[in-house]
Design a binder for this molecule. Structure first.
Ligand code: TPP
Ligand code: MG
Length: 282
């Protein structure tokens, strides 16, 4: 697949992805806006710079794997897959419609490019561990990235996988969307997670901390993770709703879609940001 080398072009792609997310969600009338917007920069970097994938061969044996554990933010993944050529852009408008391949949570069997079915939270790291073990048995070398959320760290299965990955020294990269919100509010009020960095390190993981909405920092963090061996985690501090000021930081946008009228305003805001990026020096 054609990769985007230039950081400015990656920023522009992330802006396009954000516009797709707003359009899709307002069209469907339901879905998860905050997490999808907040993760647009990381998904853009992975899909358009780092992953070895081919839209013409979505099940090829040597492809890299991206597991989306917190499946509710799939609009960001659908937008990236469509822009990368896995299915027609037009199909984005079918999000959450009956009979669509773009369900509210991703389904592995129906949509090319989706590696695991998710929606029930807390399974992605376990699934990635299984794939990494299978790769070892098959003597297959490829990258496995697992995107998970802070809210998923309220779940036992997540911590079982964190221990398991260390025992078997598995080559996996976990990226945590540390946006500090979940469905019911502030993560630290619902179930305090405190320092995920210290927790992972004490379990035996390598940890890289980064700003998850800064393209240069994301690239730095993923490059650093690529050079490591064994289980490593990128703790990505993100702003939920990033790119639309009235959504940023507001947990009430966790599972809400913009109305047609709101979408119009949000798209204008994102278009202004696009011009700002274009005017940036390289
Ligand atoms: C096993 C399971 N329990 C509960 C839910 C309902 N649920 C959906 S999203 C969510 C919040 C998860 O937190 P996070 O992923 O951090 O949310 P975000 O940052 O995207 O707002 C919950 C509890 C679920 N999908 N699966
Ligand atoms: Mg969260």
């Amino acid at each position: 697949m054609q990769q985007i080398r230039d950081t400015k072009d990656l920023k522009l792609m992330a802006n396009t992805i954000r516009q797709d997310i707003i359009t899709m969600l307002s069209e469907s009338g339901s879905g998860h806006t905050a997490g999808s917007l907040g993760m647009a920069d990381i998904f853009t970097a992975l899909y358009f710079k780092f992953l070895n994938i081919d839209p013409k061969r979505p099940r090829s044996q040597d492809r890299d794997v991206l597991i989306l554990s917190n499946g509710h933010i799939c609009p960001v993944q659908y937008a990236c897959l469509a822009r990368a050529g896995f299915f027609p852009l037009e199909e984005l408008k079918t999000l959450r419609k009956i009979g669509s391949r773009l369900q509210g949570h991703p389904h592995r069997e129906t949509l090319p490019g989706i590696e695991t079915t998710s929606g029930p939270l807390g399974s992605g790291i376990s699934q990635g561990c299984g794939m990494a073990l299978a790769d070892r048995l098959d003597k297959r070398k490829r990258k496995i990235y697992i995107i998970t959320s802070d809210g998923e760290h309220d779940e036992g299965n997540t911590w079982e996988a964190i221990m398991f990955a260390v025992k078997y020294h598995l080559d996996i990269t976990v990226i945590i969307d540390r946006n500090r919100i979940q469905i019911g509010g502030d993560t630290e009020k619902v179930m305090p997670l405190r320092s995920l960095k210290k927790k992972y390190r004490s379990f035996g993981w390598k940890v890289i901390e980064t700003q998850g909405n800064d393209m240069d920092q994301i690239i730095w963090a993923v490059k650093k993770a690529e050079k490591m061996e064994g289980p490593r985690m990128i703790l990505a501090h993100t702003v939920p709703g990033k790119g639309v000021k009235s959504i940023e930081g507001n947990y009430q946008w966790h599972g809400k879609a913009p109305s047609q009228q709101e979408a119009q305003q949000f798209l204008e805001e994102l278009e202004k940001e696009r011009f700002r990026i274009i005017a940036e020096k390289k």
